[in-house]
Design a protein around this ligand. Structure first.
Ligand SMILES: C[S@@+](CC[C@H](N)C(=O)[O-])C[C@H]1O[C@@H](n2cnc3c(N)ncnc32)[C@H](O)[C@@H]1O
Length: 97
């Protein structure tokens, strides 16, 4: 299993958490549009939250390149109509609606 993000600081947290839970995963700091990982080498390629990515189409193209033919590319995006924000600070909840 490989976990990938652009930001090494976040990956250090992932490394710590996976070690705590006894999981060994390969951690890669790379741009998801050009991972340098081998083509056709994964049976599942999954992303969560492309909303923050500058070029989501290029990420999906890279995911398709990484997945073996016939295997799974999974996209997981939040439903922002269901997001809520609660705060005691005056006006914060209203500003989010
Ligand atoms: C909303 S967070 C999701 C974090 C984590 N994947 C999760 O599911 O909880 C979005 C992440 O996308 C990363 N990101 C944004 N653009 C990227 C890119 N071009 N390549 C790789 N990671 C990227 C950010 O560093 C950030 O950690």
């Amino acid at each position: 299993m490989v976990g990938l993000d652009l930001v090494p600081r976040l990956l250090a947290v992932v490394q710590q958490l996976t070690a705590q839970h006894g999981r060994a995963i390969e951690i890669v700091a790379a741009d998801a549009t050009d991972t340098k990982l081998s083509a056709n080498s994964f049976d599942l390629v999954h992303e969560r939250t492309l909303l923050n990515v500058t070029n989501p189409g290029a990420v999906v193209a890279e995911m398709m390149r990484l997945a073996r033919s016939g295997d799974i590319v999974a996209l997981q995006e939040p439903d922002s109509s269901k997001l809520g924000l609660r705060s005691a600070a005056a006006g914060v909840g209203a500003a989010a609606r």
